[in-house]
Design a binder for this molecule. Structure first.
Ligand SMILES: *Cc1c(COP(=O)(O)O)cnc(C)c1O
Length: 393
């Protein structure tokens, strides 16, 4: 609630929004001293801004990291975390179950700059081990993964990385710092899309990278300062206030998601339910070791493939169709035709993304209202009628 606050001379309760590009120097000597790093004040908001610093300090304290930096989006965070550290001739190993844009950076962008990449099944420790080359400098993965909620054993993979001399970067978006703390399990760097649970109310884009002082000061800092994927002060102010309510939001959404997962399992039109908080999750042992809650995403499959999944979506009235997640409003998406459309049917099959699969991001609505809406959707999925009630989107 209070971490990172820097009060102005007015003593405001809520943190101030310093919506300014630059900062005025008292004299020429002060400007010189700032540029020589001999005076700690601000120079220009691409390099730093008090509101952005407040957000960085608050997320740093929450994560328990030595340093944190904010970025314009989650993808700017992932891109900077990788490209500030890697160089031509290096090799990165990554789990293949990834957010689409992360996969593009690793599979397509990195090789264009001479950084070789290998994608592995992140659940298979032997696959990580076998992928290691003498020039392997980084391991990257997301756990739980989107949308299949596959888990990766952070401690075990981090041990393999240490042996290989590689840095471990974890995309912790789905778990949030409330439910999983990768640094405590041996990871070196954690990245977030602040767009998701940190804002949590569907307003601003943002990202964060957290890690050791050595990594941030000797690699990340200069990259961010010179290339400019900076978080705007306005967005930092929204995220800063978002962090104050994130713990209670994530807790409430997780509690409702647990009930939603139970509801879906009991429904006979549903062929499969994946939820990290359930004892029947294929990797429930890993969830118990590294997560303190199942999170607010529930992935499930309806019988009847794409047609049934579309009937389900089009019959919903409360739950909105959106590829976003982590919002206070419940959102559903059909990964095969949206977030994972571009990777093609073979890659989808490899990841276990079927045509009947739906990803539900549970919001803060009452469980009873969500259950009623899901019931309507599942009814439409099952009986094949095209109910077009969803005109108000
Ligand atoms: C949304 C998301 C991102 C990208 O974040 P943006 O803020 O949209 O750039 C990266 N990783 C995961 C797992 C995400 O869900």
């Amino acid at each position: 609630m209070h971490g990172g606050t820097q009060r102005s001379q007015f003593g405001e309760t809520s943190e101030a929004l310093f919506l300014t590009q630059g900062f005025v120097y008292d004299c020429a000597e002060q400007a010189e001293a700032r540029f020589k790093n001999e005076d700690p004040g601000y120079q220009y908001s691409r390099f730093g801004n008090p509101t952005v610093t407040m957000f960085e300090e608050r997320i740093r304290l929450l994560e328990g990291a030595q340093e944190a930096r904010a970025t314009a989006t989650g993808m700017a965070a992932v891109n900077a975390a990788l490209l500030s550290y890697l160089k031509a001739g290096d090799h990165i190993v990554s789990a293949r179950a990834l957010f689409g844009a992360c996969r593009y950076i690793i599979e397509t962008l990195c090789p264009r700059y001479g950084i070789a990449s290998t994608l592995v099944d992140g659940r298979d420790l032997d696959a990580w081990q076998k992928a290691v080359r003498p020039n392997t400098k980084m391991f990257f993965f997301e756990t739980p993964a989107n949308p299949t909620l596959e888990l990766i054993d952070i401690a075990a993979v981090s041990r393999l990385a240490k042996d290989a001399g590689a840095l471990v970067v974890v995309d912790n978006v789905f778990a949030t710092p409330m439910l999983q703390r990768p640094l405590e399990h041996g990871a070196d760097v954690v990245v977030y899309s602040a767009t998701k649970h940190i804002d949590g109310q569907g307003r601003c884009l943002g990202g964060a990278v957290l890690g050791s002082a050595d990594y941030v000061n000797n690699h990340l800092q200069e990259y961010l300062r010179q290339t400019g994927p900076t978080m705007s002060p306005f967005n930092a102010w929204v995220m800063l206030k978002g962090l104050e309510t994130m713990p209670v939001r994530v807790q409430a959404q997780t509690a409702t998601a647990t009930k939603v997962a139970d509801y879906l399992i009991a429904h006979n039109g549903v062929t499969r339910v994946l939820y990290c908080g359930h004892s029947d999750h294929p990797q429930a042992d890993i969830a118990r070791r590294q997560m303190t809650g199942g999170g607010q995403i529930v992935t499930f499959e309806v019988a009847g493939g794409k047609a049934a999944a579309f009937r389900f979506q089009n019959a919903l009235r409360l739950i909105k169709l959106s590829n976003n997640l982590g919002d206070t409003k419940s959102l559903v998406t059909h990964p095969a035709t949206t977030t994972h459309y571009r990777i093609g049917p073979e890659a989808r099959a490899e990841l276990g993304i079927s045509d009947g699969m739906l990803r539900l991001s549970v919001g803060l609505e009452a469980f009873e209202d969500l259950a009623a809406d899901l019931g309507t959707g599942l009814e439409a999925a099952r009986n094949g009628s095209t109910i077009l009630l969803n005109v108000q989107h």
